[in-house]
Design a protein around this ligand. Structure first.
Ligand SMILES: Cc1cc2nc3c(=O)[nH]c(=O)nc-3n(C[C@H](O)[C@H](O)[C@H](O)COP(=O)(O)O)c2cc1C
Length: 155
């Protein structure tokens, strides 16, 4: 079982989240490769793709949007999990629906097969939000459970 993390970033917080995700998976003896989207080597032989983008000006980064759009056929045979990094959560929990509709849905709509899980993480502009690392751990635990229970997978 091999996992591929593909992300883009402007100010490196999504890179940090990607590394946290990698560490959590490796702690469970899962093999992980990690690529910035423009360095991805077009290998579609992984079992699970975890794709991450920050939100800028109300949108996921175009590079990630394009990556999903350009590779949707290849990704459709695969399991995919998405995460976004943004700060709109600061404006209260009423934004949850807003985030889902405006930030996640534009990415999800291009992948026909079931996205096994999506996560929204609270990013930062200057000071690292180390608290959020716990959420990453929780998400990875949840992701592994979903994989095992719903897909009989051996992550
Ligand atoms: C110029 C700018 C625009 C941003 N626009 C949004 C936005 O529209 N919605 C949001 O929730 N967060 C927004 N953010 C917050 C970023 O999503 C957050 O800082 C994230 O951690 C950046 O990820 P990165 O470090 O990987 O580039 C914005 C940040 C900056 C600096």
């Amino acid at each position: 079982m091999k996992v591929c993390i593909i992300y883009d970033t402007k100010r490196n917080s999504t890179k940090e989240f990607s590394n946290w995700i990698k560490n959590e998976l490796e702690d469970k003896n899962i093999k992980v490769d990690i690529y910035k989207v423009d360095e991805f080597n077009d290998n579609f032989n992984y079992d699970l793709y975890i794709i991450g983008t920050p939100i800028y000006y109300e949108k996921p980064l175009k590079s990630i949007y394009k990556f999903i759009e350009n590779n949707k056929e290849k990704l459709n045979n695969k399991k995919v999990a998405l995460f976004i990094v943004c700060i709109a959560q600061m404006f209260g929990h009423t934004t949850k629906k807003y985030i889902e509709k405006h930030y996640l849905y534009p990415l999800e709509k291009n992948i026909d097969n079931l996205i096994i899980s999506s996560a929204v993480f609270k990013g930062w502009i200057k000071k690292i939000n180390i608290e959020e690392r716990k959420k990453v751990k929780e998400w990875i635990d949840e992701l592994i459970n979903i994989w095992r229970n719903d897909y009989g997978g051996n992550l």
